[in-house]
Design a protein around this ligand. Structure first.
Ligand SMILES: NC(=O)c1ccc[n+]([C@@H]2O[C@H](COP(=O)([O-])OP(=O)(O)OC[C@H]3O[C@@H](n4cnc5c(N)ncnc54)[C@H](OP(=O)(O)O)[C@@H]3O)[C@@H](O)[C@H]2O)c1
Length: 268
């Protein structure tokens, strides 16, 4: 059996990619289509979703459905249940995230609450809704796209980093609960990656960036091998330093310096 065949048997026939149209989500959708999975693609803007769906159908011969929706909507579970009605979903890849960059008290509360809705409530709702049928069938996978930022407090990205810690810890708990029921759960901790989302955050300094395809290849290879993976050799080194060598206060200070360097406007 081919590697794609094995992957499809384990995690097919359908996958849901939440936050699928560009960046890491687009790379995920392409990688899953290349492995022969049919896809339900979710994102807010319909045009990029439709364009990607058409490309994936043409390139890989898979079925692709799209649903333009906001993952922050209060009835997310019902909306995704309607979009996947009648489909056997064997894989959930939750990729979308919201962020609030800058001093916590200077950013509107609504922006911080969107971080909570998209990055915490969304994955929780979809893990519950789609994970149940997977566990009953005795096979499936859940991949949460988290971040290196979730390893410690991150001044200027406080709510985003906290939300990514939520995803990591949620994945660890579900990894242990569900592996006995045939469902592999993984949080991928990505570092800075060249995506439209990263570019739109208008970083003011250069940082080493990974290509989305490389992050996705490492994430999919790690599914079924443990609860978390850090994508990229440099990022693995950074994660090791932060978790094992630096005192927590020092790790927070390093993250603050790095984030302010990236986003703080120079003094006039
Ligand atoms: N890029 C990085 O440097 C980096 C680093 C570490 C971790 N990560 C993690 O990787 C993931 C993807 O990042 P990315 O940079 O690829 O993001 P991105 O370029 O901003 O793309 C996000 C995708 O999610 C969709 N999306 C965003 N908000 C949504 C919402 N409320 N409802 C539905 N769909 C939504 C977007 O489409 P619409 O705008 O049309 O909705 C888009 O398809 C995130 O979880 C992020 O935390 C990224």
């Amino acid at each position: 059996m081919t590697a794609a065949g094995t992957f499809r048997d384990r995690y097919g026939p359908w996958a849901v990619v939440a936050g699928a149209s560009v960046g890491l989500g687009e790379a995920l959708a392409r990688a899953l289509a290349a492995r022969g999975l049919h896809l339900v693609l979710l994102a807010r803007r319909p045009e990029p979703l439709e364009a990607l769906a058409a490309r994936l159908r043409a390139d890989h011969g898979v079925e692709v459905r799209t649903a333009a929706l906001d993952l922050a909507r209060p009835d997310l579970g019902e909306a995704v249940a309607a979009a996947t009605a009648g489909l056997e979903v064997g894989l959930l890849a939750y990729n979308a995230a919201a962020s609030a960059i800058g001093p916590f008290l200077d950013r509107p509360l609504a922006e911080q609450l969107a971080v909570l809705d998209v990055n915490c409530r969304g994955p929780l709702v979809l893990c519950h809704g789609l994970g149940g049928p997977m566990a009953r069938r005795g096979r499936g996978g859940i991949l949460l796209m988290a971040s290196l930022a979730g390893g410690q407090g991150n001044p200027w990205l406080a709510s985003y980093a906290a939300s990514k810690a939520f995803e990591i810890v949620l994945a660890e708990g579900l990894w242990s609960e569900l592996r006995g029921r045939g469902v592999d759960v993984l949080a991928c901790r990505a570092g800075a990656t060249r995506t439209p989302g990263f570019e739109a955050s208008r970083p003011r300094a250069e940082v080493p960036l990974m290509a989305p395809d490389d992050v996705v290849a490492e994430a999919l290879a790690a599914l079924g091998r443990g609860p978390t993976v850090v994508a990229g050799r440099l990022n693995r080194l950074a994660a090791f330093l932060f978790a094992r060598l630096l005192p927590r206060r020092a790790a927070i200070a390093v993250m603050e310096r790095a984030t302010r360097r990236l986003y703080e406007a120079p003094p006039p």
